[in-house]
Design a protein around this ligand. Structure first.
Ligand code: ADP
Length: 260
């Protein structure tokens, strides 16, 4: 009999849910762009069940992860984002040894062993600089959506240097660059390079073991990936499911729990 498990990642800006069969096949994946403390968790959960055509009773085990994991009472177990991202990335990209996870409010650099277990990590969760929130604020100042940043970055002919890392100061700096007539695409490229410099300093602190991949929603921004590849001088692997890595890992850990 197949084991059906569910992983839910209740993030700071988005809730993600994945249902898997035997930790091998993804039956459903859903995302609601609402973070912890909202109706996002309940919605993403219900939608995943509906998409898989399953009732709650048909689930063998549920694991919650992410910033809001402790407030979700329908899961049998809660696990940290670190172990879930490690398991999720190992499932998506089994050779990867360094994971750069950039979510809504923090940056984590994870080192994995060949079997996907977590060896060590560094984390920046004290400040919004370099995170998804920083990019959301910058996109707002430039009157565009974060989904457009990668496409616009690709049309830049140079990057305007953004020196301030603090989100509030960088916002003023971007406004002054706009006022002085700089091309928007070049400002976007500069924002991505400022994120890349900040992330690369964390990566080097933890030691870069190859291959390297990105996870979290910011991995969907091709401009950040470009700038970070340039900064690290390495190709970065990205999977279309990168924002679901935590939820996939939670579903895999749920499978281990019910087969232990
Ligand atoms: P969390 O788990 O903290 O909620 P996520 O890993 O879901 O964070 O990442 C959310 C961030 O990802 C957003 O702040 C946004 O900057 C970025 N993001 C999400 N979707 C996209 C997209 N389609 N294109 C570019 N950036 C995106």
């Amino acid at each position: 009999m197949s084991k059906i498990t569910l992983g839910i990642d209740i993030g700071s800006t988005a809730c993600k849910c994945v249902i898997m069969a035997d930790a091998q096949r993804i039956l459903a994946r859903t995302l609601v762009p609402l973070g912890t403390g909202t109706a996002g968790a309940a919605q993403v959960y219900e939608r995943a069940l509906a998409l898989a055509g399953l009732s709650e009773e048909e689930l063998d085990y549920r694991v919650a992860t992410g910033y809001g994991r402790l407030n979700f009472s329908r899961a049998e177990m809660q696990r940290s984002e670190l172990s879930c991202h490690a398991a999720g990335i190992h499932y998506l990209l089994p050779d990867v040894r360094t994971v750069i996870d950039i979510g809504g409010q923090d940056i984590k650099i994870l080192r994995l062993s060949p079997n996907g277990s977590l060896l060590n990590f560094v984390m920046n969760d004290k400040c919004a600089a370099g995170t998804g929130r920083f990019l959301n604020v910058m996109a707002q100042v430039l009157d565009m959506s974060v989904e457009d940043l990668g496409r616009i970055d690709a049309t830049a002919d140079r990057a305007v240097k953004i020196s301030n890392t603090c989100t509030v100061f960088a916002e003023s700096e971007v406004i002054s660059k706009l006022a002085s007539g700089e091309r928007i695409a070049n400002i976007v490229a500069g924002i991505h390079e400022s994120v890349a410099r900040r992330v690369a300093s964390l990566v080097f602190r933890n030691g870069l073991e190859l291959p390297v991949a990105m996870s979290g929603g910011v991995a969907l921004n091709s401009g950040v990936v470009r700038a970070l590849e340039q900064e690290l001088n390495q190709e970065i692997a990205c999977d279309e499911n990168c924002q679901f890595a935590g939820a996939i890992g939670a579903a895999i850990i749920a499978f281990r729990q019910c087969t232990a």
